[in-house]
Design a protein around this ligand. Structure first.
Ligand SMILES: *Cc1c(COP(=O)(O)O)cnc(C)c1O
Length: 361
């Protein structure tokens, strides 16, 4: 830390992204990216001609991209704002609608960025405990006046909250925003998008990083009532008007339009996820009912940390979560069928070695 850093950031603990090692080739199952490449329609749209236009700023309204997202979800014009990844959209939302008086509440097990934004913007933060199976109990939010953010399916666990429960949250207090982060929704969750018609206190956040193969393009969005979207854009225009670059706008439009590739890739992920679960069960793992593109699993007698280290040695990266309640677990991104076969072979060996050690002890 330099002597120049503002006092307000002295204690700030930044978000720690999953490893992106550049040294050797790992099978990467640690950051919930898609194992599929972007579709040909995306690849072919990034032409030399478009690259030659990079001397010009991008469209600050990102009109084509906003329209493509509105069209896909059947939303009115003006219902969508876009950001440089949904992380930026989340930053805008936390900044725009929360402060030290109107705080943010979220489940104790969730996306690690939420408490970081609270620290960054000096927002009161409340973690609401999930039950012993990591389920969110909406009754627990009844008395909370703060805004509420819930990833659905939830981050880390993949557990889905029903739309009925989301409506209960929305009705508990109309003077509070309910933000539903649907980063993982396309892998078997249920989108709350159609509820926007009925509730003015709902914001849906989405990303093209997980189910549309564009993590590296950095595109996220918010969908909400037009006045809320105008507020989000007010923050955006006070921060970085050209937040989506020219090439990402083009890629994002094509990714939203290509329904066929989207449906194919997400159904593959769902299939591979369920197949992997069955195989993990056979070697002694238990897991949550994940409707996301990852599996949160634990083995009866090998700690998450040991599994992480043993897999890394075999060239496979998964996520080990330091959270106290998740320390026995590992989180495995659902990769391609081939990647999962390598993962299952490696983890079967690790479990066998461990069993042998137990016998010899
Ligand atoms: C991955 C993820 C994000 C961030 O996605 P980007 O659009 O890549 O910034 C946001 N929320 C949750 C719950 C996520 O898992």
């Amino acid at each position: 830390m330099s002597k120049f850093l503002s006092k307000r950031f002295e204690k700030l603990l930044p978000y720690v992204p999953g490893e992106q090692p550049q040294d050797k080739k790992y099978i990467k199952l640690n950051t919930n990216e898609s194992p599929f490449s972007p579709s040909n329609s995306v690849v072919n749209a990034i032409t030399a001609e478009e690259v030659q236009k990079l001397n010009l700023y991008s469209d600050p309204t990102a009109h084509n991209l906003v329209s493509a997202i509105e069209k896909y979800y059947g939303l009115d014009k003006g219902s969508v704002a876009v950001g440089n990844g949904s992380d930026e959209i989340l930053a805008f939302i936390f900044n725009a609608f929360c402060d030290d008086k109107k705080g943010m509440a979220c489940p104790d097990i969730s996306y690690g960025f939420y408490p970081v934004f609270c620290q960054l913007y000096n927002i009161r933060y409340t973690a609401v405990k999930t039950d012993d199976k990591f389920n969110i109990k909406v009754e627990d939010y009844n008395k909370i006046n703060d805004n509420v953010i819930i990833a659905n399916p939830n981050a880390q666990t993949g557990i889905m909250l029903s739309l009925e429960d989301i409506e209960k949250l929305l009705c508990q207090d109309k003077n509070r925003l309910i933000i539903i982060d649907e980063a993982y929704c396309d892998f078997g969750g249920q989108s709350a998008m159609h509820l926007l018609k009925y509730y003015k206190n709902l914001i849906i956040v989405g990303t093209l990083s997980k189910s549309r193969q564009l993590a590296g393009a950095r595109i996220g969005y918010a969908a909400a009532d037009k006045n809320i979207i105008a507020d989000i854009n007010k923050i955006k225009y006070s921060f970085n008007p050209y937040n989506i670059n020219r090439l990402s706008i083009i890629a994002g439009v094509k990714a939203m339009e290509n329904k066929e590739y989207f449906e194919y890739t997400r159904s593959e992920i769902i299939k591979i996820r369920e197949d992997t679960k069955i195989k993990l069960k056979k070697i002694g793992f238990v897991y949550t009912d994940s409707k996301a593109n990852f599996i949160l699993a634990k083995h009866n007698n090998i700690s998450g940390e040991r599994l992480y280290a043993a897999l890394k040695e075999k060239g496979i990266l998964i996520r080990y979560l330091c959270d106290l309640r998740l320390k026995d677990y590992i989180r495995i991104t659902v990769g391609s069928a081939k990647q999962m076969e390598a993962f299952l072979n490696a983890i079967t060996e690790i479990v066998k070695e461990k069993d042998l050690c137990e016998i010899h002890k």
